[in-house]
Design a protein around this ligand. Structure first.
Ligand SMILES: Nc1ncnc2c1ncn2[C@@H]1O[C@H](COP(=O)(O)OP(=O)(O)O)[C@@H](O)[C@H]1O
Ligand SMILES: [Mg+2]
Length: 510
């Protein structure tokens, strides 16, 4: 007796429809799995045998061949347990011979027949939906994340026994997926109204958030760098439904969704410690998991105490920050994950932390300062549009919280500026100004004559390079957008220049 069950194989964030074919015939009892299945799939044999027995059904005494098609792609993961078990049950006649062509199965089995949640249920379900599969059976633990899948019936159960009863028409099912409300008020643990003074930094962060510009903050210890970086994601525009879906897919594959937060409704904020491994940062390992740079996709990647990161870690970050995607190749395969992040770097200017701000207090030699900062120079610095010098707040400012702008106040203008950009770039496959190519810059960054003159003067007098030029223009574009001006004015350029001066102070270049 032959049966055919739909399931899916996961390749990074995408999937591929997989047919699980089961054949039962007379022969020496046992299960053979063919079709480029890895160890994790082959291990399922024992789980399936026990789970079926513990569901009250005698396991067949036949020879069983399981074929996973197409055989050309590698299959990994424990989520084939359920489709294989259902296929065997159907082939042996324990499930009514109803056609299962429109239905797919994913889920891991315990020896006692319980269904365990799996990683990647969301991208798997979305791929199946693309393949016109209209119904899916999953473990109960994966139900909530599938609230994001539209036009698909999702049935979730706790045990294999329940699945059998449901397929045999002995169990009713009620869809308990919650409705997703993307418009509900945003709640954060932190807010910019807790930051006193620092108006200059808040303004810079407003610009960074509006135009998607990467930011570097330099300042002495205790000046509030970490505090302000942690609040940056609270002023980013609300993610769209498509963005939430993309972020949730990554967290699903990483196995980071929980019952408390089954759907990512906010932009992520990731702040890995400087001791993180390269694999932890960009992804990989035997099961090709996404790294921090992908977990921060559409959100913030904050690297605090940046010079303390290993040089190799800074090196592996370069490509994903540049390309906004990361491709990981291991013996087990090659996958690509998105990595479009707003990068925020924070650092002390030297080992003791006081160089440049309170030189009298600084105990480092010029050579030590140079050595400390040399970790930061080069390609990563190239990807940072804005440099902000941070000074500690004055004592008087620290006691007055009443004047502090809140994150939601700051967001109003930012959201407006983002809308202008979305409209302007709708045919160009980019979202915000920091992504402008040189060609698009020519088209969309028109400047008034005074602004051009100011820019030229800055080049002559301050010695800016061509490298700094594009950053200045993009920043000017964002500042103009915050002002709702189509033409970049000289005041916009003047402000942009403020965020490009630190190169010279600290690295003697620009
Ligand atoms: N502008 C400020 N307003 C309110 N509190 C501040 C401010 N700056 C610093 N602080 C306080 O000082 C602490 C240390 O700041 P932190 O962000 O850790 O500094 P840094 O990262 O620059 O070393 C913060 O947790 C906060 O309590
Ligand atoms: Mg800090």
């Amino acid at each position: 007796m032959l049966s055919r069950i739909n399931s899916c194989t996961l390749l990074g964030l995408n999937g591929q429809l997989t047919k699980v074919e089961i054949d039962l015939y007379n022969g020496i009892p046992g299960i053979t799995v063919v079709g480029l299945a890895d160890m994790s799939v082959k291990e399922s044999k024992d789980r399936i045998r026990s789970a079926i027995k513990n569901s009250g059904i005698e396991f067949p005494d036949d020879r069983i061949t399981v074929n996973l098609a197409p055989a050309s792609i590698k299959k990994a993961g424990s989520h084939y347990d359920m489709p294989i078990a259902v296929g065997i049950l159907q082939a042996m006649g324990a499930i009514n011979q109803i056609p299962l062509d429109n239905m797919a199965f994913i889920g891991e089995l315990s020896l006692n027949g319980n269904l365990n949640p799996i990683r990647g249920a969301l991208p798997l379900a979305l791929e199946l939906r693309k393949n016109n599969i209209k119904e899916i059976i999953v473990p109960k633990g994966n139900l909530m994340e599938l609230a994001m899948v539209k036009d698909m019936k999702v049935y979730a159960f706790n045990t294999l026994h329940e699945v059998i009863r449901f397929l045999n028409g002995e169990l009713d099912y009620k869809d308990e997926r919650p409705l997703i409300d993307l418009d509900k008020p945003r709640i954060y643990d932190v807010d910019f109204n807790e930051v006193c003074g620092q108006e200059y930094v808040k303004r810079a962060m407003e610009i960074g958030a509006a135009g998607g510009h990467n930011i570097m903050m330099i300042g002495p210890p205790g000046a509030g760098k970490s505090m302000m970086a942690k609040r940056f994601s609270t002023i980013l525009p609300r993610p769209t439904y498509e963005e939430c879906l993309e972020i949730t897919k990554i967290y699903s594959v990483a196995g980071l969704l929980s019952d408390e937060s089954p759907i990512m409704m906010e932009r992520p904020f990731r702040a890995p410690h400087h001791t993180i491994s390269n694999v932890g940062l960009v992804g990989g390992g035997s099961n090709l998991r996404p790294g921090e740079v992908s977990l921060a996709h559409y959100g913030v990647l904050f690297l605090d105490e940046f010079p303390e990161f290993k040089k190799s870690a800074i090196d592996v970050l370069r490509q994903p920050i540049e390309d906004e995607i990361i491709t990981i190749s291991r013996a087990s395969g090659t996958v690509t994950y998105p990595a479009s992040v707003n990068l925020i770097l924070a650092l002390n200017p030297c080992k003791c932390g006081y160089f440049g701000v309170d030189n009298g207090k600084c105990s480092c030699t010029p050579n030590e300062v140079r050595k400390y900062l040399s970790k930061v120079s080069g390609p990563i610095l190239d990807r940072v549009d804005m440099h902000i010098q941070i000074y500690p707040v004055e004592y008087d400012e620290l006691n007055d919280y009443s004047k502090n702008k809140s994150s939601s106040d700051m967001r109003v203008n930012i959201e407006k500026a983002r809308q202008i950009q979305l409209k302007r770039y709708k045919n160009h496959n980019i979202l915000y100004n920091s992504q402008l190519s040189t060609k698009l810059m020519d088209k969309y960054c028109n400047m008034e004559d005074d602004a051009k003159y100011l820019l030229k003067n800055a080049f002559d007098k301050l010695g800016f390079s061509a490298r700094a030029y594009t950053k200045l223009v993009k920043l000017g574009r964002t500042i103009a957008d915050l002002d709702d001006e189509e033409i970049i004015l000289s005041s916009h350029v003047a402000e942009a220049i403020q965020y490009r001066k630190l190169d010279k102070n600290y690295w003697n270049m620009n």
